[in-house]
Design a protein around this ligand. Structure first.
Ligand code: SAH
Length: 347
């Protein structure tokens, strides 16, 4: 028999699976709670399950568990970056950020990424594979277990394009928000995408009130093409229409991310054009000074220029914040820690 990834199954599916090996429904619920509430890493910890059954489960239903390779704590804030090893020895990274409202974990959705954004370390080696729902979940489960503190918010903003792994993403989100699991409500979850219109619409139709963030990074197609190859495939107009559809369906305020790159997208005229682009939308713009990576020569926009950009947006009554750079000293931007590990840098 092929093994089954039990941590990716819904309670219904797990119940059916247990029926096939002659186990009653309540057994499935017990196992589900051990996995998704008590966050155990082995069947031996499931003390109300018989030893015989634990043996069968361990053989045919292996528990997908990540191993910590390294964790780095930032010196200037409450950020910890984790490097995890998957069962096939590939490595991924996740970040824990402590805020006044709770602990937020930023997870990866793929090993590497194929989207090719010019300033991003995650995409340099391309995409190796999609992450399974269990592998997305376990980034959160391990961090909650290691810190002994409840994770209250999750952002899917690490390595990978979540909408390029749509079905696994949806399964993961349902398990994450399940009252019999960690029970993290859709309102406390954010998915960030480079902007794939048909997936944004499909996501809207799921009717889960999750916050959607768009990596915008430019006020028009011409500038966007300099930073994001995906802009050659979909025009901003198409992406924005899909984004509005998302808002109409879910009522969730839209978030735009705008990484500021010196001399590319940081002109005052860009701020004016951006104001026009988002005018009338219930939205919020995050300005992020780009985190330089050694493989590219993009530079951060200087602070005074970022402030000027922000002022123009504010004058146009746009909600805007400059995102604090958390953990810049620990390779915090997307994919940087994993990349230095693979490159053999001293980390
Ligand atoms: N693929 C998704 C989610 C992962 S990237 C997306 O595109 O949204 C998470 C965010 O970090 C994106 O906005 C991305 O553009 C941004 N980002 C990646 N590398 C960065 C860097 N070096 N500096 C600043 N922002 C970066």
């Amino acid at each position: 028999m092929n093994t089954i990834d039990i941590k990716s199954l819904s309670l219904n599916e797990l119940t059916k699976e247990m029926e096939t090996i002659g186990q009653p429904g309540f057994r499935a619920k017990q196992i589900y709670e051990w996995i998704h509430q008590k966050l155990v890493t082995s069947y031996d910890e499931m003390t109300n399950i018989s030893k015989d059954l634990r043996g069968v489960l361990a053989k045919d239903y292996p528990l997908t568990t990540l191993q910590v390779v390294n964790s780095l704590k930032s010196s200037n804030d409450e950020t910890i970056k984790y490097l995890f090893r998957l069962m096939d020895n590939r490595v991924i990274e996740s970040v824990l950020m402590k805020y006044h409202y709770g602990n937020s974990v930023c997870i990866s959705s793929q090993v590497g990424c194929k989207m090719g954004c010019k300033f991003c370390a995650s995409t340099i080696g391309g995409k190796e594979r999609d992450l399974l729902p269990s592998e997305m979940l376990d980034q959160i489960y391990r961090i909650q277990s290691l810190t002994g503190e409840r994770v209250s918010n999750v952002v899917i903003m690490g390595t990978g394009e979540p909408f390029d792994n749509y079905h696994n993403l949806m399964r993961f989100l349902r398990l994450l928000s399940d009252p019999l699991g960690l029970n993290i409500s859709a309102r406390n979850i954010t998915v960030s995408t480079c902007g794939i219109p048909d997936k944004i619409r499909a996501f809207a139709d799921e009717e889960m009130p999750i916050t959607l963030a768009l990596s915008l990074h430019a006020p028009n197609d011409e500038v966007r093409k300099k930073l994001m190859p995906v802009a050659f495939k979909y025009s901003l107009n198409e992406v924005m229409e899909a984004f509005k559809y998302y808002y109409d369906k879910t009522g969730r305020r839209l978030t735009f991310e705008y990484s500021m790159v010196e001399g590319i997208n940081d002109d005052p005229d860009h701020a004016k054009e951006l104001s026009g682009l988002v005018k009338g939308l219930n939205c919020h713009i995050n300005l992020i000074p780009v985190n330089p990576i050694k493989e590219r020569d993009f530079r951060q926009t200087k602070n005074d220029r970022i402030l000027k950009f922000k002022n123009i947006l504010e004058k146009n009554r746009i909600n805007v914040t400059i995102r604090r750079e958390m953990g810049a000293d620990i390779n915090a931007a997307c994919g940087q820690l994993r990349k230095s590990y693979i490159d053999g840098d001293k980390i």
